[in-house]
Design a protein around this ligand. Sequence first.
Ligand SMILES: *[C@@H]1O[C@H](CO)[C@@H](O)[C@H](O)[C@H]1NC(C)=O
Ligand SMILES: *[C@@H]1O[C@H](CO)[C@@H](O)[C@H](O)[C@H]1NC(C)=O
Ligand SMILES: *[C@@H]1O[C@H](CO)[C@@H](O)[C@H](O)[C@H]1NC(C)=O
Ligand SMILES: *[C@@H]1O[C@H](CO)[C@@H](O)[C@H](O)[C@H]1NC(C)=O
Ligand SMILES: *[C@@H]1O[C@H](CO)[C@@H](O)[C@H](O)[C@H]1NC(C)=O
Ligand SMILES: *[C@@H]1O[C@H](CO)[C@@H](O)[C@H](O)[C@H]1NC(C)=O
Ligand SMILES: *[C@@H]1O[C@H](CO)[C@@H](O)[C@H](O)[C@H]1NC(C)=O
Ligand SMILES: *[C@@H]1O[C@H](CO)[C@@H](O)[C@H](O)[C@H]1NC(C)=O
Ligand SMILES: *[C@@H]1O[C@H](CO)[C@@H](O)[C@H](O)[C@H]1NC(C)=O
Ligand SMILES: *[C@@H]1O[C@H](CO)[C@@H](O)[C@H](O)[C@H]1NC(C)=O
Ligand SMILES: *[C@@H]1O[C@H](CO)[C@@H](O)[C@H](O)[C@H]1NC(C)=O
Ligand SMILES: *[C@@H]1O[C@H](CO)[C@@H](O)[C@H](O)[C@H]1NC(C)=O
Length: 320
Amino acid sequence: MEGGLNVFTAALLLFLSPDVQGTAHLSFSNNTQVNITQDGCGVSKLCVQTPDNCDPSGNSSCLFVSTVSSVSVPPNGVDLSIELSGESAGYIAVGLTANASEGTSMLFICAQNSSDNGTFFFRTMQMNNTDDTLTPTERRVTEIRGMVNGNMIKCEFTVPNVNASNIRSSEDTAFSVQLGNGSFEGGVFGAFNVLFSSKPLDLTKPDSNVPTTAAPTTTAPISNTTMPSNTTVPSNTTMPNNTTMPSNTTMPSNTTVPNNTTMPNNTTVPSNTTMPSNTTVPSNTTMPNNTTMPSNSGALQPHAVLLLLSVLTLSVLLRV
Ligand SMILES: *[C@@H]1O[C@H](CO)[C@@H](O)[C@H](O)[C@H]1NC(C)=O
Ligand SMILES: *[C@@H]1O[C@H](CO)[C@@H](O)[C@H](O)[C@H]1NC(C)=O
Ligand SMILES: *[C@@H]1O[C@H](CO)[C@@H](O)[C@H](O)[C@H]1NC(C)=O
Ligand SMILES: *[C@@H]1O[C@H](CO)[C@@H](O)[C@H](O)[C@H]1NC(C)=O
Ligand SMILES: *[C@@H]1O[C@H](CO)[C@@H](O)[C@H](O)[C@H]1NC(C)=O
Ligand SMILES: *[C@@H]1O[C@H](CO)[C@@H](O)[C@H](O)[C@H]1NC(C)=O
Ligand SMILES: *[C@@H]1O[C@H](CO)[C@@H](O)[C@H](O)[C@H]1NC(C)=O
Ligand SMILES: *[C@@H]1O[C@H](CO)[C@@H](O)[C@H](O)[C@H]1NC(C)=O
Ligand SMILES: *[C@@H]1O[C@H](CO)[C@@H](O)[C@H](O)[C@H]1NC(C)=O
Ligand SMILES: *[C@@H]1O[C@H](CO)[C@@H](O)[C@H](O)[C@H]1NC(C)=O
Ligand SMILES: *[C@@H]1O[C@H](CO)[C@@H](O)[C@H](O)[C@H]1NC(C)=O
Ligand SMILES: *[C@@H]1O[C@H](CO)[C@@H](O)[C@H](O)[C@H]1NC(C)=O
């Protein structure tokens, strides 16, 4: 709970000297090039984004953050190299917190100053997760570089000495990662709109938010499963050849019967129908051996058989 705050508080205290004012805790990189892509997500860097398919190299308005952690060197902890991309007329920010619903979040803000021709600038803030208030803080950040293009803001920076390992157990390098934006008008930061908040992620593991075989993340009941759009029904599936469709059943108009399925359309009456044993059929009487039934009859009607037998019997009797 308090761990995340402790981490940053400890780091803050470590690097906060009494004479630091304003933005002296920030240092900018000479390199102004910002190149943020999905390359390496889940492998060499931990990526968090909203919506899921966010491609930061495109011009989409999605929010994307990636972190790369250095190897932990106690007692100094790890250095986090962070990339952040998103759209705002004010600012975008990534928040790190131990618990998004209490305590505080450390916000790293990349912003544009609309009253100064949209120039890029960077700030750190602490957000009270209870009442969302922002308080300027002086967390040391280095290698800051950023660019603004219209409302698109991209920035990269390094947060040194994120020092969790000597305060908490090793698995407590987990932080919830918050992504969001806000306004910057008249020199004042508006409230941080959290658009996405991850579950606690181990920032030292690039794949800590990649679903594994045992990821119980799905809580919503699946009430409306849709088939994948490119699932193809095997083309040579054949209907059982002795299945008859009820003649009064109408098929759904957009259901297609497989092309090579043949429906039985000429049911044949068995040709070896046996006559009553004491009845002799004159040799010149030919039995129909291939009676074609109406196509919509699935079975021989009993009364039809009786009628047929009656006619045959009558004709035999008349001839005797
Ligand atoms: C920035 O560039 C200047 C001149 O190229 C160089 O003297 C200075 O050391 C560089 N600073 C950093 C932090 O690389
Ligand atoms: C940006 O980085 C990717 C790899 O991450 C690289 O392929 C691409 O050439 C880079 N683009 C620029 C403009 O540096
Ligand atoms: C604002 O930026 C544009 C493009 O970078 C530039 O052409 C223009 O001179 C700038 N205006 C001011 C007042 O700095
Ligand atoms: C956060 O805000 C709440 C309500 O205003 C306050 O009680 C609490 O002390 C604040 N927490 C911090 C760490 O400032
Ligand atoms: C199923 O999904 C469709 C659109 O995806 C939605 O309109 C419909 O209400 C859903 N039905 C149920 C039962 O959830
Ligand atoms: C179609 O399915 C294959 C695997 O069965 C999958 O790799 C591919 O991405 C799917 N394509 C689309 C457009 O869904
Ligand atoms: C058709 O079915 C046969 C065996 O039933 C199978 O070997 C073949 O792969 C199937 N062809 C297609 C296109 O599904
Ligand atoms: C075919 O019809 C027979 C007799 O009605 C039935 O026992 C059998 O299960 C049917 N086979 C199939 C594949 O439907
Ligand atoms: C379906 O027809 C095939 C060949 O016509 C036959 O070998 C098979 O036994 C028939 N199946 C049934 C269930 O009648
Ligand atoms: C289809 O025919 C069967 C038997 O003739 C009858 O019981 C059934 O009600 C009919 N169904 C419809 C939808 O007309
Ligand atoms: C099939 O028809 C039903 C009802 O007319 C309709 O709701 C459904 O969208 C149709 N599906 C396709 C793939 O056309
Ligand atoms: C059935 O398949 C053949 C080729 O296998 C195709 O030429 C024909 O157009 C298909 N008919 C229908 C109704 O899809």
